[in-house]
Design a binder for this molecule. Structure first.
Ligand code: NAP
Length: 334
């Protein structure tokens, strides 16, 4: 297997001066890949030079990934301190963050978490694999108080040394405006959907201005996303003529162009793949053959406001539709 020396992989500087890798590997199997397939890919990814992994309690594979981490530590492939391990508190654990974090630490066999996220800014729970039209009668609109209460629990874990950095995810500018003044420890990163046809420029700029590093999920436009997240009107980013033409010019797959674009724009992409040739290319591509200014400008024109993860299952009774989750009029929808 090809090894890309982590010392040549670019890094991003966080608000406090600490660094983290400019690319990571996603670990959500999209209901299509088993925990064994995903963890085998993580094992390969460590050996090819990945040092950042995006895990989550709700992906249902942390114990298998933990076995892989332990194997890599025991074999001396990598030391714990060389990895940046991220995981997330799922919606049904907002009141029990410490329990969630400790379970992830045990499952991932990693002693501490580098970045712990609040996965969604609502405690609204839905059963795994449920239909997009299903609603939980207990679901509620966003609450600043509830969010800050959850965040405080992570701040305590930072003080205790179980967590190094705090992450937020699936946020909007109005929600950030409301919560940022209340937080004692600055969030270091924000995970958000980012791909050529969904660039979220305003939120991206807001985060950069507030020294919160954007992390882009679904960087390739998630061609294998679960059926429930596929809509007839969705645009396939990597099939657009622009992406194909740029890929041809560089002699690579358009997915690789999406990763190069993400890294050059400044977000940390966290592409997923179980295929060795793909995950190796995804890491290697940000160390060589950058896109030209013209190519970056061409991809900038692909913005189509094509949000793929709409979040319908988190809606509360009385909400109109999924747009209510994203505060599109600049105020928090309640
Ligand atoms: N915070 C959140 O709420 C949230 C939400 C969604 C996702 N995420 C995170 O973001 C990660 C990435 O998102 P994702 O997995 O949905 O989408 P993605 O990374 O955009 O797409 C993954 C798919 O792209 C294809 N691919 C990857 N590399 C390729 C290459 N070099 N050439 C050709 N095809 C390639 C693979 O398809 P084939 O298998 O067909 O080759 C793979 O299944 C997740 O794993 C998860 O960690 C977070």
């Amino acid at each position: 297997m090809e090894f890309i020396n982590p010392s040549i992989v670019p890094q991003r500087t966080l608000f406090n001066g600490d660094k983290m890798p400019a690319i990571g590997m996603g670990t959500f199997g999209s209901d299509r890949f088993t925990a064994e397939q995903v963890s085998a890919a993580v094992a390969g990814a460590i050996r090819c030079g990945y040092r950042l992994f995006d895990c989550a309690a709700c992906y249902g594979n942390e114990d298998q990934i933990g076995e892989v981490f332990k194997g890599a530590f025991d074999e001396g492939v990598v030391e714990r301190k060389e990895l940046h391990i991220m995981t997330k508190v799922w919606n049904d654990m907002h009141e029990r963050v410490e329990e969630s974090c400790k379970k992830s630490i045990v499952d991932l066999q990693c002693d501490y978490i580098d970045t712990l996220f609040i996965h969604w800014p609502f405690p609204n729970y839905h059963a795994p694999h449920c239909d997009v039209d299903s609603r939980n009668p207990d679901s509620k609109p966003f609450s600043v108080e509830e969010f800050v209460n959850t965040y405080r629990q992570i701040e305590k874990l930072v003080e205790e040394g179980l967590v190094k950095y705090i992450g937020i995810s699936n946020m909007t500018i109005p929600k950030l405006e409301a919560v940022l003044p209340e937080l004692h420890i600055h969030p270091s990163v924000c995970e958000m959907e980012l791909h050529p046809c969904f660039q979220q420029q305003e939120l991206f700029d807001y985060l950069v201005a507030h020294e919160i590093q954007p992390i882009g999920f679904m960087p390739i436009g998630s061609p294998q996303r679960p059926e429930r997240d596929m809509m007839p009107e969705d645009v396939a980013d990597i099939q657009t003529p622009e992406m194909r033409a740029i890929a041809e010019a560089h002699g690579v797959h358009p997915a690789v162009i999406a990763i190069k674009w993400a890294a050059q724009r400044g977000q940390i992409p966290i592409p997923f793949s179980v295929h060795e040739n793909e995950y190796v290319s995804n890491l290697k591509c940000i160390t060589e053959d950058p896109l030209t200014e013209e190519e970056m400008a061409s991809i900038a024109t692909l913005e189509k406001n094509n949000r793929l993860v709409k979040g319908q299952v988190f809606l509360w009774e009385g909400a109109d539709d999924w747009h209510d989750l994203w505060d599109e009029d600049g105020v928090i929808v309640e």
